[in-house]
Design a protein around this ligand. Structure first.
Ligand SMILES: C[S@@+](CC[C@H](N)C(=O)[O-])C[C@H]1O[C@@H](n2cnc3c(N)ncnc32)[C@H](O)[C@@H]1O
Length: 206
């Protein structure tokens, strides 16, 4: 019999296997996964990030936005946390993906899927939450984004590999996008590990 306390890991267990999360998904997220499966689309956000998006969305009013809808998984996670009266705008460049994602939210007045380059979202800001999930580092730097975020608004950037050094290193180079978001004085920001191998930046506009 093991002498470690119940609920504590044996050394060597992977941290990613140990995070507590209920196995059930919100219905709207399950619908988005069904659409992904039909479309053969796999570039969706992971569930750990999705749960974070839902939690942050639940703190927001006004309009939230997403750059890069894919097949709607991130949108669905945001939608699962949305409070009454808040809404989500999401833009996807690929028309067929945007069409597939739009079907998930056909009868949902809270969500609008735009088949367009995310730059169209500039006409609809500033936003209370912005999930930046597409675009090259030069397109989603602080200077390019700040006017799209209302004071107190939250920016979420996904898909970083956790890094213990400063400045952060990725692929053998300084990760200047991560460095910029974590140090710009116009935001208060933190990098949060959502799994052993994945981190997300959350930045709140001052
Ligand atoms: C990482 S995937 C998005 C995943 C989605 N946010 C989710 O959580 O399931 C990135 C998406 O951005 C789209 N994309 C790339 N450039 C874009 C642009 N300029 N405007 C809008 N969408 C774009 C791609 O077609 C791709 O579907």
């Amino acid at each position: 019999m093991s002498d470690r306390p119940v609920g504590f890991p044996a050394s060597g267990d992977r941290l990613g296997d140990l995070m507590s999360a209920p196995p059930e998904l919100p219905d709207i997220v399950q619908r988005a996964f069904d659409v992904c499966r039909q479309a053969g689309y796999v570039a969706f956000c992971r569930n750990e990030t999705g749960r974070l998006l839902a939690t942050l969305a639940a703190t927001r009013g006004g309009t939230m936005a997403e750059f890069g809808t894919g097949c709607g998984v991130g949108t669905a996670w945001l939608r699962s946390g949305v409070r009454n009266g808040a809404r989500i705008l999401t833009a996807e460049l690929d028309e067929s993906l945007a069409g597939a994602a739009a079907e998930i939210f056909t009868d949902d007045g809270c969500v609008e899927v735009l088949a367009a380059d995310w730059s169209v979202l500039r006409e609809h800001g500033p936003f209370s939450l912005l999930f930046l999930d597409s675009g090259s580092p030069s397109e989603v730097g602080v200077d390019a984004i700040i006017d799209l975020v209302e004071p107190g608004g939250i920016v979420v950037l996904d898909d970083f590999a956790p890094c213990e050094s400063w400045p952060p290193i990725a692929y053998g180079r300084v990760d200047t996008l991560r460095e910029q978001w974590l140090t710009d004085e116009r935001f208060t920001a933190v990098e949060v590990m959502v799994a052993a191998d994945a981190s997300t930046i959350i930045a709140t506009r001052r």
